[in-house]
Ligand binder design. Structure first.
Ligand code: ZN
Length: 483
């Protein structure tokens, strides 16, 4: 390996001009090392960064680190403040402890257990015995089809199908259009410790009415009974303005005609922060989720920037805040794009690249998954680029579609940009637990996967034909023709 590095360094010294021939796999593999990835992940996922909650001091330190690595790689800054794209939000803090939510049905009153309530949106509210409007959503558009004001003075009770997390994001906005006094979302598990803080965009796009995710079987039964009435007391939340940051750097493309179009390589740099109290570990380090993706963005940037060969299109390296709160940073970018979405050829998003011990599968190396595998024509290009590294690009037929909707690539899909998330394992034992720590990652495997992804990015960025949605797949209908 040492000999290989010396050889490619020599090549770099004599190469007089940037050329557009593809880089050799060896020149990529020699630059993208397991130790560099381990260095990045061990810092980002250290206890000192306190789990990189959005917002937090640890998150800000992570952002500074990412910017410093972009600086090292020589990327052009593309934010409003150097590499930072600054976003104004309100942090809205509410507690479920002082909240009461009750359903009256058949002469019985059932109070929802506070531990089974999560806020999607909050505002102070007091209601006594208001009627219920029940809507089951099993597809995008179910709420949109109701008339504006249809839930005025009512509790809107929305049933979400299993795996319907992506449908949830728009519920507060829809509830606002329907003028619901209060919205109750049923059908989602109350995951993790109760979240007391939410982010609200400034200016607010949703009206101030509470929207609650409730998982409590007795309450569910009562609120769905015919003639049910709802009573609620929601204390007003505390509101604090915060500044959040996406971190963005650009490697300029070589082709005069194509350099003003862009391939995005993205990951989220936030995680869950510190949650809970009492004995034990409360720092959610997020090493695999998603310090591994962030480190990969950094090292792929460093590697591609150091090569004598430049791709034709420009490559934008970007890390997002707020994924764990509902892909907030990527949706912010899609609403405030630095580079025109019409000129954005693709988003390759990186998640969970370090753990190879997939739940229910066992250890599996030398491969990665693509979400939305046949939604676009990205797979064949990435597959070809991965071959010289001995890496297989696998279509997990059961999981590739649900996970397509569960990461930052989805904000780009909704905006019409062909996108995918690259992951080594979808499920792993420490997912969203304090035990997601850096020593558990396989960095040798990660370096090989990242090398394969780096060449794949180069090829996607250099192909004169931009990636396209697969028009033969009806599931891409909502993403096509958006730009
Ligand atoms: Zn993640």
């Amino acid at each position: 390996m040492r000999r290989l590095i010396l050889a490619s360094t020599a090549l770099l010294l004599v190469a007089p001009l940037r050329s557009q021939t593809p880089p050799s796999p060896a020149s990529i593999a020699g630059r993208l090392t397991a130790n560099a990835l381990k260095a990045d992940v061990s810092f980002l996922a250290s206890d000192a960064l306190e789990g990189r909650g959005t917002p937090s001091r640890g998150l800000n330190i992570a952002a500074e680190f990412i910017a410093s690595q972009f600086r090292r790689a020589g990327l052009e800054p593309a934010g409003d403040d150097g590499y930072f794209q600054t976003a104004d939000f309100d942090q809205v803090a509410a507690s479920t402890e002082a909240l009461t939510l009750m359903a009256d049905a058949n002469g019985e009153t059932v109070r929802a257990a506070p531990g089974g309530i999560r806020f999607l949106e909050t505002a102070g509210a007091d209601f006594d015995g208001i009627p219920v409007l029940h809507v089951a959503i099993d597809r995008p558009g179910a709420l949109e089809s109701l008339a504006a004001g249809a839930a005025r003075g009512k509790a809107l009770v929305v049933e979400v199908p299993e795996g319907g997390r992506a449908l949830v994001r728009r519920i507060p906005e829809m509830a606002g259009r329907l003028q619901a006094a209060l919205t109750i979302v049923l059908g989602l598990p109350a995951m993790g410790p109760a979240q007391t803080e939410r982010l609200r965009s400034v200016p607010a796009t949703t009206p101030a009415a509470p929207c609650l995710i409730v998982s409590d079987a007795a309450f569910r039964k009562a609120v769905l009974a015919p003639g049910a009435k709802v009573s609620a007391h929601v204390p007003p939340p505390a509101v604090t303005p915060v500044k959040l940051r996406n971190v963005i750097g650009v490697l300029r493309g070589a082709d005069p005609a194509l350099r003003d179009s862009y391939v995005l390589v993205t990951a989220h740099y936030d995680h869950l922060g510190i949650r809970g109290s009492g004995p034990g570990d409360h720092i959610y380090n997020g090493a695999n989720d998603d310090a591994s993706g962030t480190a990969s963005v950094l090292e792929i940037a460093e590697t591609l920037a150091a090569l004598p060969e430049r791709p034709k299109r420009s490559v934008v390296f970007m890390t997002f805040f707020g994924e764990e709160l509902g892909e907030v940073g990527s949706h912010y970018y899609a609403a405030h794009p630095v580079f025109p979405l019409s000129k954005t050829a693709a988003d390759l998003n990186l998640e969970q690249l370090g753990r190879t011990d997939e739940t229910g599968v066992g250890v599996r190396t030398a491969q990665y998954y693509l979400t939305g595998f046949d939604f676009t024509d990205l797979a064949p290009v990435l597959r070809q680029a991965a071959k010289p590294f001995g890496i297989r690009v696998v279509n997990d037929k059961e999981h590739n579609e649900p996970y397509f909707r569960q990461s930052d690539n989805y904000a780009f899909a909704e905006a019409g940009v062909p996108s995918t998330t690259i992951a080594v394992a979808y499920q792993f034992s420490d997912y969203h637990q304090p035990g997601d720590e850096w020593p558990k990652l396989d960095y040798d495997n990660m370096a090989k996967v990242d090398a394969a992804v780096a060449l794949g990015v180069w090829e996607v960025a250099s192909n004169p034909d931009a990636p396209a949605w697969n028009a033969k797949n009806p599931k891409t209908e909502g993403f096509r023709g958006k730009r």
